[in-house]
Design a protein around this ligand. Structure first.
Ligand code: DQA
Length: 141
């Protein structure tokens, strides 16, 4: 089974960026732990700060049977990008929305997710375990 993790803007700075909110482990650490913990699953990883690149990757991964699911942390695009929401709606592969932080407990602008209605489900607030929980959810699809 293959699962694709896509991270959006600023998540390349995870570990250095506001560690009180996003934790002190880097995405390299987090992806390495996922690969270690889910030995039987191939976990591909893609990060971009550009909306169009995220959409292109969703299109590439979103048809056919290569990926059982996509774990998507769209970062701030979660709250703004109708284009990413349209891409998720357009593809066939199920997408799980995740966030490191509990966005519902933060500023009001973070309470609205444009992508939530077109994702299979949402996991937020568990730090790096949000990625782990999303992988577990996809394994049960
Ligand atoms: C985030 C939450 C977003 O509101 C924020 O813009 C991010 C990270 C999270 O993982 O908690 O960049 O998606």
């Amino acid at each position: 089974m293959k699962i694709l993790v896509i991270n959006g803007p600023n998540l390349n700075l995870t570990g250095r960026r506001q560690p009180d909110i996003y934790g002190s482990r880097t995405m390299d650490d987090i992806v390495a732990s996922l690969r270690h913990d889910f030995g039987g699953v191939t976990i591909d990883y893609f990060q971009s700060n550009c909306e169009g690149a995220i959409i292109d990757r969703l299109h590439e991964a979103g048809f056919g049977s290569e990926y059982a699911g996509i774990v998507l942390n769209a970062g701030a695009y979660t709250h703004t990008s109708l284009a990413i929401a349209d891409a998720i709606a357009a593809i066939e592969t199920p997408v799980v929305e995740i966030h490191l932080s509990n966005v519902a407990a933060r500023e009001e602008i973070r309470h609205r997710s444009l992508i939530a209605p077109v994702c299979r489900g949402t996991i937020a607030g568990f730090g790096e375990d949000s990625y782990r929980l999303a992988v577990e959810a996809i394994m049960q699809f």
